[in-house]
Ligand binder design. Structure first.
Ligand code: DLL
Length: 449
């Protein structure tokens, strides 16, 4: 048994706020309705954008009488948030004494989206992240290594707030300087690591290169990883290399940051913090709700955010509600792990594919690592897709026939699993760029070719 065997044992102590996490459905819905009414009222009174949108939809705050009335409310999109740059969606002025901090999304195209946090907003955030820490067995005696980037990105400070709420000892590493990360993880007896899955893998690989066997030599037993998709194969690799139990944590800067939902120790869907957010899954074309179990676009309404409340924010992330109860005893409903985003979907000769699906297929090949890249180029009027994979050091890269055989087999597997045919480019060990944050899997060179 590895050192993480302790976490296979379920126990009632692995809750941070059982009175909420196991709340009866009716009680929870009553709480949601009360908070929804307040949110709509505040949005209407304090934010001209929402007043106009609600007026245009012909609905007044007093018309919200049940949770079903949610579907009558207007949507908010990322573009709306960009147009409101910087503070026009704030319910409280940015320099008001109640506003403690700002975060913003990176915004590679267009304006960044900016959100403000009151002390209460930060406390709620800390609570939801602390629930995740409890799920990997963490608590007041934990040493929490936060290797998400600190700054406007919500990863670092979100995990940090969770550590504060649960009274852990926090090691605020931020990302980068990976050898130092490894050394401190070992020397300080870190038990919980928080970072992106791709960075966790890089930390593990770096530790191994430094001559350690982190699964046995290190004290780390839990990892709270999110901010990007992670296939089950990659999860297994991280868990085995580091000797940890990994829970997937989800969130987005517009809605709060990490902690909007998080897996429990059963790793079967992410429990949504429904006391603070209402989740809807909609058909992205019709914008009508889909039944539980069906995939669609995730839409969130915030219930307790004071500075930057949002009504029906369209995330573009694709998930579904997992029907039924979870073994952990929590009543908070579960969303499935994110398969992709509506705007990341590739259409390869008419077939819809998400980058993450390549990861799932590659996990079946022991000859390649978890690092891969999808390169898009133009081939006349058509898009050409190249999947670049990287061999493990043990693979004999000098044998051309072996490479060709590997290419053929990956191709065949992609064809039978995803019904797409792409060019597979096998490259040498360590040739694909490593990531200290969110991995950039898709290189769009279409304009350049
Ligand atoms: O990535 C917040 C975060 C930080 C979440 C740390 C988890 C851990 P943004 O930079 O605004 O915020 O990016 C949000 O990242 O809409 C998803 O597409 C993606 N994403 C976040 N968490 C996950 C996850 C943070 N667990 C966008 N699985 C979201 C898959 C995720 N994708």
């Amino acid at each position: 048994m590895g050192k993480n065997s302790a976490h296979q044992v379920a126990g009632p102590e692995l809750y941070f706020q059982p009175e909420i996490e196991k709340m009866g459905r009716l009680e929870l819905e009553a709480l949601q309705l009360e908070r929804l009414k307040k949110t709509v009222q505040v949005c209407y009174e304090q934010i001209p954008f929402y007043r106009q949108a609600l007026d245009a939809a012909g609905i007044k705050p007093a018309d919200v009488q049940s949770l079903a009335d949610l579907t009558r409310l207007p949507f908010t999109t990322k573009q709306d948030m960009r147009d409101a740059y910087p503070f026009n969606l704030f319910a409280i002025p940015a320099t008001d004494e109640r506003v403690q901090r700002l975060h913003a999304s990176s915004g590679t195209t267009g304006n960044a989206t900016v959100c403000g946090y009151t002390q209460n907003d930060i406390d709620v955030w800390g609570d939801t992240f602390a629930r995740a820490i409890a799920q990997v067995g963490g608590g007041a005696n934990s040493m929490l290594q936060v290797s998400y980037g600190y700054g406007l990105f919500t990863g670092g400070l979100g995990a940090h707030e969770g550590g504060i709420r649960i009274h852990a000892t926090i090691l605020p590493m931020s990302s980068g300087n990976t050898k130092r990360q490894v050394q401190m993880m070992k020397d300080f007896d870190v038990d919980i690591l928080c970072c992106t899955p791709s960075y966790a893998l890089l930390i593990a690989d770096t530790a191994i290169e430094m001559g350690y066997d982190p699964a046995n030599d290190f004290n780390v037993t839990g990892a709270i990883l999110g901010a990007e998709p992670c296939s089950e194969g990659m999860r297994t690799e991280i868990e085995e290399k580091l000797g940890v139990k990994m829970v997937d944590i989800y969130g987005l800067s517009e809605v709060m940051g990490p902690g909007v939902s998080c897996e429990c120790r059963y790793q079967n869907g992410l429990h949504v913090a429904e006391d603070h957010f209402i989740i809807e899954i909609l058909n992205p074309d019709t914008l009508e709700p889909v039944p539980d179990g069906e995939w669609g676009e995730v839409v969130f309404t915030t219930l307790s955010k004071e500075c930057s409340p949002l009504i029906r924010y369209r995330t573009r992330d694709i998930s579904r509600i997992i029907p039924g109860e979870c073994e952990c005893g929590r009543t908070l409903r579960r969303m499935d792990r994110i398969t992709g985003r509506t705007d990341d979907m590739l259409i390869i000769r008419g077939v819809n594919v998400f980058p993450n699906q390549f990861q799932e297929v590659l996990a079946g090949f022991s000859e390649v690592t978890s690092y891969y890249q999808i390169i898009l180029t133009s081939d006349g009027p058509m898009d050409k897709v190249t999947l670049r994979v990287e061999t493990v050091p043990e693979f004999d890269f000098d044998e051309i026939r072996k490479i060709e055989d590997l290419q053929r087999r990956i191709n065949a597997e992609l064809k039978s699993n995803l019904q797409v045919s792409v060019d597979v480019l096998v490259s040498e060990p360590k040739s694909i760029e490593r990531s200290e944050g969110k991995a950039k899997r898709v290189l769009d060179n279409r304009d350049k070719s």
